[in-house]
Every structure is written in C-alpha cells, then in structure tokens.
Design a binder for this molecule. Structure first.
Ligand code: DAH
Length: 335
C-alpha cells in the first residue's frame, strides 16, 4: 500500500507540464485511482484492520491532494510569469498624439459670419446646389434673353436644371418659404464654367444675405455691411463703393476693399488693380419681390452676395485660389 502511494506521489512530482499533471490527477485521484484501489478489499478486513486502513486512506488522500495542489500552483505561477513577461504594458509611456484634424478655413469664416448675423436676428438658410432655371435666373429678374445670363458661365444639366451659379436663388426660396419681414443669410457652394487660374475656380463659396422689411434704406444696407466687415477683419479696412449692375437689385453697388495681400500695389489676386471686389449689394429690385409674391408697395429690402472664398484669401493672404480645394494637407494643417 505504501508502495502504491509512493509511486503515485512520485508520478505527481514527475509531471512536467500542467497537462501532464492533469492526466496524472485523473489516474491517481479519479474513480479508478489509487484511493479506489486501496478501498477495494475493505470488506475482507477485520474491524481493526478496517480502522487502520481507513486512517491510511485518509492520510493518503491528504498527501496526494496537497502534492497535487503544490505542483499545480507551481505551474500556475510559471505560466503567469510567462504571460507577464510577454504581455506587459507600460502605463507610464506617454500616449502617441491624437490628430483630430481641423475645420477648413472657409468653414471657419462661414461659422463666424453665421454667428454674427444670428446675433442680429437673421436666419441661416440652406438651398440646393442643383437648382432650377427659375430660381437661379428668372425669379431674380434674369429672363432667358437677358444679357446678364452671360455674366455667369453656367454648367447646365438635363431637364432645365443647372449647378447654381450663385447663392442668390436661396433669397427666392427664403421669400417663398418665409415671406416678409425677412432676415436671412445663405452660405454655400456655387459653380461656374470658368477657366481656372490664381483667382478663378469652377467651384467656390458665397454667402448671400437679404433683409426685407418696411422702409429699408441704403443707410441700413451700409450699416450692416460695415458691421460685417469690421467683424471679419477686426480692423478698419479701406473700402470704396461703386455703382454696380445686377438685375435683382436697384440701385446696385460694388463694395471693394483695398487688397490686403499687396496693400494696394497690385498682385495676381487683385489683378494688379490694388482693389478686390468683395461685396456686391443693393436694394432688392421690386420685380424680384413681386415674382416671389411680396408686394413692393408695402415691403422693400436689401441684398448682398459675399464671396467667402475671396474673403478667406484676403484674411490669410492666400495668393492662389486653387489651394482651397487642393486637399493638400500641408496647406490645410495651417488652419
Ligand atoms: N449673385 C451675385 C453673383 O454671384 C452676387 C450678388 C450681387 C448678390 C448683388 C446679391 C446682390 O445679393 O445684391 O454674382
């Protein structure tokens, strides 16, 4: 019996791996194991012998179990040590930097202007980039045979649709949807079939504005435009007003600012003139009001069309419009 026990203990001690130990455990401590063999012929024993055998079996059970436990925890410690060795994590190493990207400079300036106009009671409207001929031209007092259609080279689509050439059609949608009195701006992307150079792109951004109320004057227009420019450039800029022709305003003006890139000496952005056309504007033509169902004897207003792309170029002294849509990260990361 002692031999049986000793050899079982020796086998536990000899197990080389956790798997081997488990196999030994089943053989030695399982139903057909050493303990079962020790109890096999109990019935043939005398009462005294049985007591002695019982004690021996209990002692054996304890010896086997503690030998097993000790061996097992040795293997567990070993495999944990191995894992800790291979899977360590150093929480003190600084995290690698996050690169969250940034807003495009046009988006930044657009949001700034939206905030400014919201604070003055204007609603921000969105309109479709694929427009109808009616909204882009006719409703703005530019009928099919009007020479002003040639002012804007249009990308025509099928079915009388087009890519909007300006954000002014959103005026029309604003009037149709909200009616007077109305204070709205409409930022957005516009498209023209132009040959591209340092100051022309086929795709660029404008911000349209319109206010309709009773007795709106050129004085009101000038006030809002000055508030706008002061907020944008955060300093006095030199401006000049010229009469300008747009079929949807009467009288119409061109508000120019002195070129902030060359200071007025002449550069590609200002086409060597020292001035940049920034802000065409005027009082809304009565025809335009009438076409959108507003009675011009009761209501009038002003409108303006701000070139957002050009504005960004002025503010950051960007000398080539093509940078803005280039997707070049070296450019974009500067903002
Ligand atoms: N829609 C004109 C353009 O893109 C710009 C413009 C001029 C808008 C005068 C206006 C305005 O609202 O009053 O050329």
């Amino acid at each position: 019996m002692q031999d049986l026990l000793d050899s079982a203990l020796a086998r536990i001690g000899a197990a080389q791996t956790g798997d081997e130990l488990e196999a030994v455990r089943v053989e030695v401590l399982g139903r057909k194991g050493v303990l079962a063999q020790l109890s096999k012929d109990m019935a043939k024993l005398t009462a005294d012998e049985r007591v002695a055998r019982g004690k021996f079996i209990n002692a054996s059970k304890q010896a086997l179990e503690s030998a097993y436990d000790e061996k097992k925890s040795g293997f567990d410690r070993e495999s944990l040590a191995k894992r800790l060795d291979s899977e360590w994590l150093d929480l003190t190493i600084p995290a690698s930097g996050v690169a969250p990207g940034s807003l495009h400079p046009i988006t930044q300036i657009q949001w700034e202007i939206e905030d400014l106009f919201r604070s003055m009671g204007f609603t921000v409207l969105d309109g479709p980039e694929v427009e109808t001929e009616f909204h882009n031209f006719d409703a703005l007092n530019i009928p099919g045979d009007h020479p002003a259609r040639d002012m804007q080279d249009t990308f025509w689509l099928d079915g009388g649709h087009l890519l909007r050439t300006h954000t002014s059609p959103v005026q029309v949608r604003g009037m149709e949807k909200l009616g007077p009195p109305l204070r709205m701006i409409a930022p957005g992307r516009v498209f023209r079939n132009e040959s591209v150079d340092a100051s022309h792109e086929h795709t660029f951004y404008q911000l349209e504005g319109m206010m309709i109320d009773k007795d709106v004057s050129v004085g009101n227009l000038i006030y809002f435009m000055k508030t706008l420019l002061t907020a944008i450039f955060k300093k006095e800029v030199t401006v000049r007003l010229r009469p300008g022709y747009f079929p949807f305003v009467e009288p119409g003006f061109e508000l120019d600012i002195r070129c902030l890139i060359c200071g007025g000496d002449g550069c590609p952005v200002c086409k060597q003139s020292g001035w940049v056309e920034l802000l065409p504007c005027g009082l809304v033509n009565p025809h335009v009001l009438r076409k959108s169902g507003i009675d011009p004897s009761e209501w009038n207003g002003f409108a303006f069309g701000l070139g957002l792309t050009r504005l960004v170029m002025m503010r950051y002294a960007i000398d080539d419009i093509r940078w803005l849509q280039s997707g070049d990260l070296r450019f974009l990361r500067q903002f």
